[in-house]
Design a protein around this ligand. Structure first.
Ligand code: C2E
Ligand code: MG
Ligand code: MG
Ligand code: MG
Length: 288
């Protein structure tokens, strides 16, 4: 269906990149309705202990199926949702859906949820997290919020207060995409992170490129010195995985370890059955 409207879709994509303000407003409008219309769903990507291959948990990743334009990447629509403020409502949906889903799993695996800067700086955010935990019944220690450094720089005291409130609930926080954007070592000292996620751009060919290998070793040393486990994102090959294992990187995530998929694809770990009929209209995968 998306293919039949290739031209429109292309235009829509372009607009989202800032080519045309009017079309960007159309996307903002569509995003506002998307939660209520049930156009969002979550896919889950495994995070594994590298030395043993043991499953630690999943990162929840948002997917938007637009009725006319088909699947649109979060890299395209998240920035639009952030600018328009729609990310607040969308982010709440993601948090609720992920926590309700994880609360059903037969094994107490972690669930990691991405939180954008706009959400973190919203004064109601930690209260919302608390509410969602109570409502879903998920143990706070099983929730990890992934926050990029960009989210910290806007208003550092406000960001620090928000992180402390979240941590006081017993929820963990991971620094996402470390090494890109506004990376600063002082952020690691100033903010109470529980984990460092090295961006996938540093993992690509890490086993064959001395420069990125040096950077990854340095980040692993940093994690060790600070007592923070390091997760390598974007592990795509056995060679990369072997390098990370040899360097004692604790956790890995990437296509080689498991692609993002619907939770039913991981039924042996979660106990979530693949027959969709049981809750096709359920809160965790249906609309809001
Ligand atoms: P991220 O949080 O860094 O998520 C990792 C991205 O890398 C995901 O892309 C994932 O599918 C992709 N990925 C995983 N393994 C590999 C690999 O081996 N190779 C390559 N090339 N890519 C891999 P995705 O799902 O398209 O998400 C892109 C970004 O959109 C995320 O980056 C995150 O910043 C944002 N995002 C996704 N879901 C949400 C959400 O619910 N809320 C917010 N605020 N942002 C989200
Ligand atoms: Mg992430
Ligand atoms: Mg990341
Ligand atoms: Mg990323």
């Amino acid at each position: 269906r998306a293919k039949a409207e290739g031209k429109d879709t292309y235009r829509y994509f372009e607009a989202s990149m800032g080519a045309e303000a009017r079309d960007r407003r159309v996307m903002e409008h569509d995003l506002r309705q998307a939660v209520a219309r049930g156009e969002f769903r979550l896919v889950y990507q495994p995070q594994k202990e590298i030395s043993t291959g043991r499953m630690i948990g999943f990162e929840a990743l948002l997917r938007w199926h637009h009725p006319d334009h088909g699947d649109i990447s979060p890299a395209v629509f998240i920035p639009v949702a952030e600018d328009s403020g729609a990310i607040i409502q969308i982010g709440e949906w993601v948090l609720s859906a992920a926590c309700e889903e994880a609360a059903r799993w037969k094994n107490p695996l972690m669930v990691a949820v991405n939180v954008s800067a706009v959400q973190l700086h919203n004064p109601n955010f930690s209260r919302k997290v608390h509410e969602v935990l109570l409502r879903s019944g998920l143990a706070p220690g099983r929730l990890e919020l992934e926050i990029t450094e960009t989210a910290l720089v806007k208003d550092m005291p406000r960001a620090l207060a928000a992180l402390r409130q979240i941590k006081a609930l017993g929820v963990r926080v991971a620094m996402d995409d470390f090494g890109t954007g506004y990376s600063s070592l002082s952020n690691l000292r100033a903010f109470p992170f529980d984990k460092i996620k090295i961006d996938g751009s540093f993992i690509k060919s890490v086993d064959r490129n001395g420069q990125v290998a040096a950077i990854v070793r340095a980040v692993l040393g940093l994690g060790r010195g600070l007592g923070l486990p390091v997760l390598a994102e974007g592990v795509e090959t056995l060679g990369e995985l072997r390098f990370l294992d040899a360097e004692d990187c604790e956790i890995g995530q990437g296509f080689y370890l498991g692609r993002p998929g619907p939770i039913e694809a991981f039924g042996e770990l979660t106990g979530v059955a693949s027959e969709k009929e049981d809750d096709g209209a359920g809160r965790s995968r249906g609309g809001g």
